[in-house]
Design a protein around this ligand. Structure first.
Ligand code: PLP
Length: 367
């Protein structure tokens, strides 16, 4: 089966094989693996050892995003968010339910946000101390201009929290160039092609120290994760982690380094191009204009034919060996197809052929 979803992604056999073992989290051999993973992540993030640290939270991406918001935005403080997709909506809900005041800048989900989109709202309200935003909006496939927004925030003294969950490893945002960024967050199961199960924040150590006491939650306190590492060592983890997913992630990092960041990004871009053009050749309409299409996920309008049913189509495609999302989260009805994971351009060409065949099955031409 080809898994064409934007996480958890298709993984390589070596990554799956690394999970086939029993592991004690506090075992010295495992602690070495965990400490090494944390160190390697700072490197992938373009961070500076001693300035940045990897502060993990077990579980789904939303958990580490909530932890970053709770830690770096004080209770009752204002956080501005460019709202242009499903994951921005989720971030706003996490922040609101944590008692932070969200200032929303409503935007369309068909193009990435830029500094010009949010600066007027920032200037209008000097109480806003932080911007929290999604880098690659996995709802539609647009890419927000994280570097441009970061530069503008740095010039103003505003802090940044970046949800880089579906971008990390392929869309560059080198933390050493972005001291305005308190934390970027990502997970093990997206562009680094590991198993799901771990969330990671790469955060500024000075800010994590200064923000101790903000979180209002022991589970979601990145300052406490840092304090624990200082006390018990970087190979030690609070609470039981998905040890097999961490062991697999270490192997996934080997494969990522062997491929190289630029080559992985180019492979995803080629996958996305094949999908985008393949959909057009089948008479389908991509949701985004070409210039706003990122390399991670391609969303395509559902056929206007009233007989089209997404669930039925997904099952017909699955019978042909390709699994895509059976839901969508764009403003208009779409199909969402991931371009990331251990997928080659040849896989993608086969997937496009399968999409054509599945469409013919669910929308038979009149005899
Ligand atoms: C996948 C993803 C998340 C996290 O999703 P979980 O289901 O909580 O792991 C967050 N933000 C973005 C942009 C994502 O793509």
């Amino acid at each position: 089966m080809l898994l064409l979803i934007p996480g958890p992604v298709q993984t390589r056999p070596e990554v799956k094989a690394a999970m086939a073992q029993d592991i004690a989290p506090w075992d010295r051999d495992f602690q070495k693996v965990y400490a090494r993973v944390r160190e390697r992540i700072v490197g992938v993030a373009g961070g500076t050892p001693g300035v940045h640290a990897t502060l993990p939270i077990q579980g789904a991406g939303h958990f580490v995003t909530e932890a970053a918001i709770r830690t770096f935005v004080a209770p009752g403080a204002k956080v501005l968010m460019p709202m242009n997709g499903a994951y921005a909506n989720r971030m706003a809900r996490l922040a609101r339910e944590a008692g932070r005041v969200v200032v929303e800048v409503p935007l369309t989900d068909t193009r990435g946000a830029t500094a010009a989109d949010i600066l007027p709202a920032l200037e209008a309200d000097p109480e806003i101390g932080t911007v929290a935003m999604v880098f690659n909006e996995t709802g539609s496939g647009i890419v927000n201009d994280a570097a441009g927004i970061g530069d503008a925030l740095r010039a103003r003294g505003t802090r940044l929290i970046l949800d880089a969950v579906s971008a990390f490893g392929v869309l560059p945002f080198p933390l050493a160039d972005h001291p305005e960024c308190d934390a970027l967050v990502f997970t093990s199961g997206k562009c680094l092609e590991g198993m799901p199960g771990m969330g990671f924040a790469v955060a500024r150590i000075d800010r994590a120290e200064a923000c101790a006491g903000n979180a209002g939650s022991w589970s979601f306190d990145l300052s406490d994760v840092l304090a624990h590492a200082r006390r018990s060592g970087w190979g030690s983890i609070r609470f039981t982690p998905p040890v097999q997913a961490i062991a697999a992630f270490d192997v996934a990092l080997d494969l990522y380094e062997a491929e190289g960041a630029a080559a992985r990004r180019a492979r995803y871009q080629t996958n996305a191009d094949i999908l985008y053009e393949g959909a057009q050749a089948l008479g389908l309409k991509p949701y985004l204009a070409r210039e706003h299409q990122g390399p991670v996920i391609v969303t395509i309008h559902q056929p206007a034919d009233p007989r089209f049913d997404l669930m039925e189509f997904v099952e017909a495609l699955k019978r042909r060996g390709v699994l895509i999302s059976n839901f969508y989260n764009t403003a208009a009805p779409t199909m969402r197809i991931g371009a990331i994971g251990a997928i080659t351009p040849d896989d993608m060409r086969r997937a496009v052929a399968a999409i054509g065949a599945a469409l013919d099955e669910v929308l038979p031409k009149a005899a």
